[in-house]
Design a protein around this ligand. Structure first.
Ligand SMILES: C[S@@+](CC[C@H](N)C(=O)[O-])C[C@H]1O[C@@H](n2cnc3c(N)ncnc32)[C@H](O)[C@@H]1O
Length: 270
């Protein structure tokens, strides 16, 4: 498996990222449930992307909560800020900032949230240390990271199909995306970052599309594999869809595509 990062250029795909939000919404709900935010809390969302699930939380406890989202990609932050402005939400803002070096005082936040961010950080350990630093003593956190490669099914399929056709430098980012999923990895990292009170629970949710074509249309429209498509010789592009479709066959039920994915829900207190 490629050791290179190869994650999408989040700045460039920011306007298209929301295509995936309905698919990962169940993970946001699970995080918000264990985060258990209370009126008056100041909450940080790390790697906040285009704003979810922080925006959902702000809508629910509108006016009684302060939420700060941070993300390294300016384009993602801009999309999130536009949503705040369009919906005239108060108490929530987004800033461009790397998780590894945050411009906040020690012990500033009551709670911390991160959906599918930590494993993508350039330095996940440093990001977790920073999260610990800015949390108040006793502050609660809820994180979701992708589990093992074989349970991140859709990316696994793309990896299998592209890896024979492209140089390693262009392989889909399966290694990075699932880099914290192996047994013991996340636990060791959390302890190294200084956390002692936490649980790690594997959870399953499902991508759901009305057909395989609807799924692959989302992949293409979101540019999530743009780097791989651009690197592919023109005459090979058509066969990619067919080959991924063969992997998907086992997951078609009554015409719909339902694909289980596993993640680790990490929750605890500083
Ligand atoms: C898969 S997206 C998830 C976005 C959002 N949390 C969600 O669940 O919709 C990962 C996000 O992590 C951000 N990211 C990657 N490395 C980062 C870093 N070092 N510091 C902060 N954000 C980072 C990316 O820019 C991207 O917006």
């Amino acid at each position: 498996m490629s050791a290179k990062d190869n994650q999408p250029d989040w700045d460039k795909i920011a306007e298209k990222f929301d295509i995936w939000l309905p698919q990962i919404a169940p993970v946001g709900e699970a995080l918000l449930e264990v985060l258990n935010a209370q009126p008056g809390d100041h909450i940080i969302d790390l790697g906040s992307g285009t704003g979810e699930p922080a925006l959902t939380l702000a809508r629910r406890i509108h006016g009684h909560i302060r939420i700060t989202g941070i993300d390294a990609a300016e384009g993602m932050v801009r999309v999130a800020q536009n949503k705040v402005a369009n919906e005239r939400l108060s108490g929530i803002s987004f800033k461009t900032m790397p998780a590894e070096n945050m411009d906040f005082d020690d012990n500033s936040f009551d709670r911390a949230l991160c959906r599918f961010g930590v494993m993508l950080f350039a330095d996940p350990l440093q990001g977790l240390k920073e999260m610990r630093r800015v949390l108040k003593p006793g502050g609660r956190f809820a994180l979701a990271v992708w589990s093992t490669a074989e349970t991140m099914r859709t990316l696994c399929w793309s990896y299998e199909v592209f890896k024979h056709r492209l140089e390693e430098d262009y392989h889909p980012p399966l290694a990075k995306v699932t880099s914290l999923g192996a047994p013991g990895m996340m636990e060791d990292l959390m302890r190294e970052a200084g956390f002692t009170r936490f649980t790690i629970e594997p959870r399953t949710f499902h991508y759901q599309f009305e057909s395989f074509d609807a799924y692959w249309d989302a992949v293409e429209a979101s540019d999530i594999l743009k780097m791989q498509y651009d690197a592919l010789p023109e005459n090979q592009r058509g066969s990619i869809r067919d080959e991924v479709g063969r992997f998907a066959r086992d997951f078609i039920h009554d015409g719909s595509l339902v694909i289980p994915h596993e993640y680790l829900l990490v929750a605890g207190n500083k």
